[in-house]
Structure formats: structure tokens, C-alpha cells
Design a protein around this ligand. Sequence first.
Ligand SMILES: [Ca+2]
Length: 461
Amino acid sequence: MYLSRFLSIHALWVTVSSVMQPYPLVWGHYDVCKTQIYTEEGKVWDYMACQPESTDMTKYLKVKLDPPDITCGDPPETFCAMGNPYMCNNECDASTPELAHPPELMFDFEGRHPSTFWQSATWKEYPKPLQVNITLSWSKTIELTDNIVITFESGRPDQMILEKSLDYGRTWQPYQYYATDCLDAFHMDPKSVRDLSQHTVLEIICTEEYSTSYMTNSKIIHFEIKDRFAFFAGPWLRNMASLYGQLDTTKKLRDFFTVTDLRIRLLRPAVGEIFVDELHLARYFYAISDIKVHGRCKCNLHATVCVYDNSKLTCECEHNTTGPDCGKCKKNYQGRPWSPGSYLPIPKGTANTCIPSISSIGNPPKFNRKWPNISSLEVSNPKQANVCDNELLHCQNGGTCHNNVRCLCPAAYTGILCEKLRCEEAGSCGPDSGQGAPPRGSPALLSLLAALLGTAGQLCI
Ligand SMILES: [Ca+2]
């Protein structure tokens, strides 16, 4: 059950992405946080930058509508068919499942016909504006990895703003403006993402590309994430090193693709004519059948798994980090300031693990950012390395792992992982030495004894 909650539907994501857009799958790196390697010193951990897989984030959001009673059907009302303003006998009735259009129908599985959709009340109070805010909240920072795609069954709105929040809905910034006439609606010149460049990629634009007329065949509005990636990674996103490099060094760029909430502000429904037809106001409303948001939990490159439990997303932090976004070092692992992992160098990045605090290991460790230097500090000096892990029981012969940096060995054993007999090292093993055979007592007992006597004298490394 626990496993089923993991955000790992990679196969589905492959299918979706290969169908949805022409880009190659380019986000498959950084899927391991650490591996074991063998060195002269024995088995040690090799750490890498890591992140959860990109997935369908609509499964983990909460949706809120404002005004809260804007959904059609309470009381029941009739509306006109799409494309035929004189056939106004369609019914919306919230109390009848077949005729209801609740918000969750924006996020259910699409692919059947006819589509299922959320629908607002009609514009019967014209000329009072018909405006609706749809807020999508994750209660967690997420990083967007693909276009946001909204499918309208009502014609695309004449005016709409997509907004984002980075602080759980306390403050909002516009992401993109959409209008049939940008100048008239927002006093902005119309632009397309294609008009932007590496230097202007963060510019907030108004686009007329997705608001053309009531009778248009296209129902879809995009917020173009991948077109923006392409300014750095090339049109087919092949040069991801360049994008990763930019994301690493430019916080503003990283933050641009990071959100905790999205808000779709529907400001004016599809009209498509100069005048609103006041005799048939039931032809004006909003209806959305699908919203796609692909992304991943932001874990600062310190986790590959993001767990959804109790309606909450949380990174399963590695590299001795902790917090919902792995945004700080664990207690007793503050030997150097916390730092996010780095995408560079490609393909493994740099883990920037948190290391034990000075007080827990004696001498202050030196920080070596060089990568991938297997013989660097973390391996060559086992007193300061993360050499063991209690979960994986690496210490042998009853040894116990002490702060991930050393094994506490029973008196008769030595070696990084307590793998050697002490007498072998001294060349004194023999029938009379009393050390030729494994010591009496169970490993667990010896382990307990070693832990109880765990002073510097017993730290056998
Ligand atoms: Ca639907």
C-alpha cells in the first residue's frame, strides 16, 4: 500500500509524453541518490544528485473555486449547445449525477466520448462580469516539467490570466495573460513565446494565440514550459546540460518553473462577437474538461521519492537532509552549511551531502566539491565518511554503525566494516592465541556490549 503511493508511474509518463509532444524524454537522469562502490578501503557510498520522476501532478492537488457556488446546476438551469446558440435545452443539475458538472471532472481520466467536464453557471447576470478563479494547491513546492494544458468545452475565454504562487497562496504573480485582444483587455502588446529569447525568457507575456473566436475548433490553452526550456536546451531539448547549467546557476530561472499553487482566473467567457447576445445569455459560460500539470516534487536534488500520505506530498530525503523539500541538514549533520544538490557535472551531478557535525566526529571535515573524486575526503578518510548505514546493516560480525561514519566493532574485530579478525592483522592468530576463533556469544550480544562500551578505545576502525 505504501509503495502504491509512491510517485512512480514512469511507464505512464513515457506513454503520455510520447503521445503529447514531440520532445524526447530528457528528464530521466538523477534517479539514484547513492550507490555502493568498492575501493581499497572496502565498500563505501558514492553520492549523486537525485530527484523524483516527473509525473501527473493533478492527482495530488486540491481544487478551490471562487465564488464557491459558481458551478452550474444548483438550482438546475439550461444552457445552449456549443456552436448552436439556438439550441438551449441542455440541462445542468447538480443533484443528478448524469447532469452534474462538478470540479473534479477537470481531473478525471479523459479519452472517452463525450468528455466529462466542469461547468460554471451561465452569464445570466450580464453585464455584471462572469468571473471565476480556479485555484490548484499542492501544499508543497513542485517543479513544472511540461506544458500546462487546459481544455475548454465552452470555447476558449476571451480573457484569462494564469497565475502562480510560491508561498502557498499568500501572494500571486501572473504567469501568462490570454486574450482575444491583449491591448484592449490588459494594455499589453500581444506576444508569443516564440518572440522570447534566452534573455527574455522570464518575461510575462499576453498571448492572443489561444483565444481565437467562439466557433474555433481548438479547445486547448497552453502555458509553454518546454518552449522556454528550449531556449537553453535547443528545439528538441537535446542539450540538457546547458539547461541544467542555467537552472543551477540562475535561481530566478529555477524559481520561474517552481510553484506551490496555480490559479486560473477566468475573466470573460468566449463571446467571439463584438456584442454580447443579451437574448441568449445561456450560451455564455465556462466549461473545462481537462487540466494537465506535469512536474515533480522539489526536493533540492536530495531525494528520488516523494510520498503522498495523508493528502500530503513529502520528499523522502537522502544525503542526511530533512524537511519537506530536504531544505536543511539533519540534526548532528551540520558539519558544513546545507546546500542543494547540483545538476553539474552531467550526468551524475554533485550530491552536496550533509556531513556529521564537528562535535560528533572530532576534527572539522574539509569540504571537497570536486567530482567525481572517489578518493576524496568522503572515502579516503573513513573517520569522516558516511561508510555505513544502520538500515542496510553494513557493519559485520556484530558491529554497529555509529553516526554513519564508522562501525563500532566487537573487541576481536577490526576493519572499516569489522570484517577482519584483529589477530590476523597482528599476525597472532593461532590455537593458543585465544583469538583464532570467532568470539563466543551472539553477534547481537557483542554488538550490544560494544555499544555499551562505546568509548574511543572501542572504536575499531
Ligand atoms: Ca474530464
